[in-house]
Design a binder for this molecule. Structure first.
Ligand code: SF4
Length: 506
């Protein structure tokens, strides 16, 4: 899944923040998705109960993943399919490449699959001289642009119509306008011939149903059906966690996923594929192969802090609400999975440290948890990953020293008082109109975008002590026999235990 450049997320974010168009496009689309989601969930009603049911299904499945995975694989085989387990991305890509080359396939059509992005499948296939055609419109656009997806659900969220037109004109050698119908028409014409001439179709898998061995695909363009039925061989790439136990569980997921992803009541095309074409059937491939990928997922099983990351159903809702993603877009994360889920999943699947800075791309506001249809506590995981960084010594010396000093000062009230006194004196050159402003140094990053009020001339503790003394010196009110203040004549305040004017027992 390695796509990060030599820079870290901070440098990539700074560059993204300079791109006003990108920020506007991402904000506009994510806002639209959020508002559609609100409408769709309100219409359904009892959304929190649906979320809880979703969480229970995913939690139960992942706790018993060994059982359900075996059941799923057995049922795929029982219906005539083939199952391949891959320990890592390299092995998964090698399996698919072998299946493709053994069939002497020249062209592969693909529908959207995040796992195939994760394992860089196109790269492996193209290295063998196989032409790979992405058929999801968003994926097709970024394939032509030679980029990676910038959103889990809308891969080309960062592209303008004019940019898309230019890409299509280059690919087709014909003049086009920026109208949606014209652009969609070009893609439809071009891709149709590719579907008909492809030897192998590769799809992802939204859910694998253990009790039947069925593959469930959610698409909005119908391309998933073309890819999975027209070529003679259908290869499915799926993460090992994408299992649900039963068909009944699919009802819950079919309500949660499209509503959370795009605000749709139901996805436009939901395909349930159980085995290859039967002898008495017209449509479907002759062969069905399911490649099940681990690639670091099983390492999260049994880990109390991170196992729940495997509950993810890749709806993208956490991206749409994330105040960081909404400013910097997906490419700044430098990984296939962007946004809050990417900031957690990517370092977990790549424990080597290349992505250790991703958990800092978060304000820890918890909006991702609120948006998640299966209630994954991403904000807790982000904190846990930061803690893990500290435990593994991935902290800058200055930060380490600052935290040590902070702990030492806060451990003793005397030290704290002394430090505050020193800070009140030290802040003087930086205070303007009651606020600390800094144009350089480590404070700049904070005060540049936020108001940092100056420390009060007299600290609260000193004022509080004065207030206490003031209260003690004041004449005490009359007390009733139970110690409560007696009601003053003409007062409109209720007497203790009463109910206002004329209060008392009735
Ligand atoms: S973490 Fe939750 S909200 Fe984010 S993509 Fe996964 S299921 Fe959707």
């Amino acid at each position: 899944m390695t796509v990060a450049s030599g820079h870290g997320v901070l440098e990539r974010s700074r560059a993204a923040l300079q791109n006003e168009f990108l920020r506007g496009a991402v904000r506009f689309t994510t806002e639209r998705l959020r508002s559609r989601k609100r409408t769709a969930t309100d219409e359904l009603g009892r959304w929190e109960e649906w979320r809880e049911r979703g969480r229970q299904i995913r939690s139960h499945t992942i706790e018993h993943l060994d059982y359900y995975l075996k059941r799923f694989a057995d049922n795929v085989r029982a219906h005539g399919g083939h199952v391949h387990f891959a320990a890592d991305g390299r092995e998964a890509a090698a399996i698919v490449t072998r299946l493709v080359t053994e069939r002497q396939a020249k062209r592969v059509v693909k529908s959207k699959s995040m796992v195939s992005e994760e394992i860089h499948l196109n790269h492996y296939l193209e290295a063998q001289g196989v032409e790979v055609v992405e058929t999801d419109l968003g994926e097709y656009i970024i394939q032509l642009a030679k980029e990676m997806p910038s959103h889990i659900i809308i891969p080309s969220i960062h592209k303008t119509r004019a940019q898309i037109r230019d890409l299509f004109e280059q690919a087709g050698g014909e003049g086009l306008t920026t109208e949606t119908a014209v652009l969609a028409g070009f893609a439809r014409r071009t891709l149709r011939s590719q579907f008909l001439s492809a030897d192998v179709g590769v799809t992802g898998c939204n859910f694998g149903i253990a009790e039947t061995g069925s593959i469930v695909l959610f698409t909005n363009e119908g391309n998933g059906r073309m890819v999975s039925t027209l070529p003679g061989t259908h290869i499915v790439t799926m993460g090992m966690e994408r299992i649900i136990p039963t068909f009944a569980d699919l009802e819950v997921m079919a309500n949660l996923l499209p509503r959370s992803a795009t605000g749709q009541k139901l996805t436009a095309y939901m395909s349930v594929i159980t085995g290859p074409r039967r002898v008495d059937e017209w449509d479907g491939p002759d062969e069905l192969h399911v490649v099940i990928l681990d690639n670091g997922r099983s390492a999260q099983l049994g880990d109390d802090e991170f196992q729940a990351v495997l509950h993810c159903i890749r709806c993208g809702a956490c991206l749409n609400v994330c105040p960081v993603y909404r400013q910097i877009g997906g490419h700044a994360y430098g990984s296939v999975y962007p946004g809050p889920i990417g900031a957690v999943l990517t370092p977990l699947l790549n424990p080597g440290g290349e992505y250790h800075d991703l958990p800092y791309a978060s304000s820890l506001c918890g909006a991702c948890f609120e948006a998640c249809p299966v209630k994954i506590p991403l904000h807790d995981m982000l904190v846990a990953l930061r803690r893990r960084n500290v435990e593994q010594g991935r902290v800058k010396p200055l930060e380490r020293a600052a935290m040590k000093g902070f702990a030492a000062v806060f451990a003793k009230p005397g030290r704290y008082r002394l430090a505050m006194r020193a800070a009140r004196v030290g802040q003087k050159p930086l205070v303007k109109d009651g606020y600390i402003t800094s144009t350089f140094g480590p404070l700049f990053g904070w005060t540049h975008t936020r108001h940092a009020p100056a420390l009060a001339a007299v600290p609260f503790r000193e004022r509080f002590a004065g207030m206490k003394q003031d209260v003690q010196e004041r004449p005490q009110p009359n007390r009733t026999s139970d110690g409560s203040p007696a009601k003053a004549a003409g007062s409109h305040l209720p007497a203790a235990g009463g109910d206002g004017e004329g209060g008392g027992e009735r």
